[in-house]
Write a protein that binds this ligand. Structure first.
Ligand SMILES: [Zn+2]
Length: 260
């Protein structure tokens, strides 16, 4: 019996970039606007966030923005975040504060997923063992050391596991070393399988296309993970949600209302 009561996809910002970042080798010269999302799950036994978006201070502050985003490693510049999209403001729009979040599970530790950890620093932070290692080694340009080097209450995992009845973390490495997706059973309707960056766009799922950035430049692991998600979706009847697909997000967005 699922412990999940309510579920919100939450828009925390947007980023314009070349489509090849989402679909490997496909979309040269095509600029897309991607949502940057966090997902809130209210359960009978506390609240879980899957991803926390960017750290808005690194975008708002001119010096920080220069250091983190305005250099050759970031040809598309910083994401945009309106004030109402800042994570603390999103939570307050739901009548919540950061202390109301019990667990954060990070799909991975790239800047657009882990930047907001500083806003929920009292929560238990779940991450895959290999992800934390790869992030600390700054394995690619999308890891910002300052996002995850603070003293956090890490809980490290190295396999699929249940956070609570109705919420299961699924290993989907390939985009990064220790990427995790999340299967959520709502009280009614189809389960939701949040792909995270294992699949940015619906196209990644349908055509089994790896994301642009692959761990050790090996796309086979990323494609294996897409196949794993599709198999799990078939077995459970779940709908796979791509993570950076604006039209998909808009078809689901009902904030501040929730899905249940
Ligand atoms: Zn991302």
């Amino acid at each position: 019996m699922t412990q999940v009561k309510k579920f919100w996809p939450i828009l925390t910002g947007t980023h314009r970039y070349e489509k090849t970042l989402s679909t490997r080798n496909i979309g040269h010269g095509v600029i897309i606007e991607a949502p940057i999302l966090a997902y809130l799950i209210e359960t009978k036994n506390g609240r879980i966030l899957y991803d926390v978006g960017c750290d808005y201070k690194k975008i708002k502050d001119i010096e920080k923005r220069k250091n983190f985003y305005e250099h050759d490693g970031f040809p598309f510049g910083p994401p945009s975040m309106t004030k109402e999209q800042h994570l603390p403001n999103r939570l307050s729009q739901l009548g919540l504060q950061s202390k109301d979040i019990d667990i954060v599970i990070c799909s991975h530790l790239h800047f657009d997923h882990a930047g907001g950890l500083c806003e929920v620093c009292n929560a238990e932070i779940h991450v895959h063992k290999k992800e934390l290692e790869a992030a600390k080694a700054l394995s690619d340009e999308a890891y910002f050391k300052e996002d995850f080097m603070g003293s956090y209450n890490w809980k490290v995992f190295d396999s699929d596991y249940d956070l609570i009845s109705g919420v299961r973390a699924i290993e989907t490495p390939g985009h990064t070393a220790g990427h995790m997706s999340l299967l959520i059973e709502l009280p009614k309707g189809k389960p939701i399988l949040l792909a995270g960056d294992a699949a940015d766009l619906s196209e990644n799922i349908e055509k089994e296309i790896a994301p642009g950035l692959c761990w050790k430049n090996d796309e086979s692991m990323a494609i294996q993970s897409i196949k794993k998600l599709k198999k799990l979706a078939l077995e459970t009847g779940a709908e796979i949600w791509p993570n950076h697909d604006m039209s998909f997000f808009e078809s689901k967005n009902c904030f501040p209302k929730y899905l249940s």
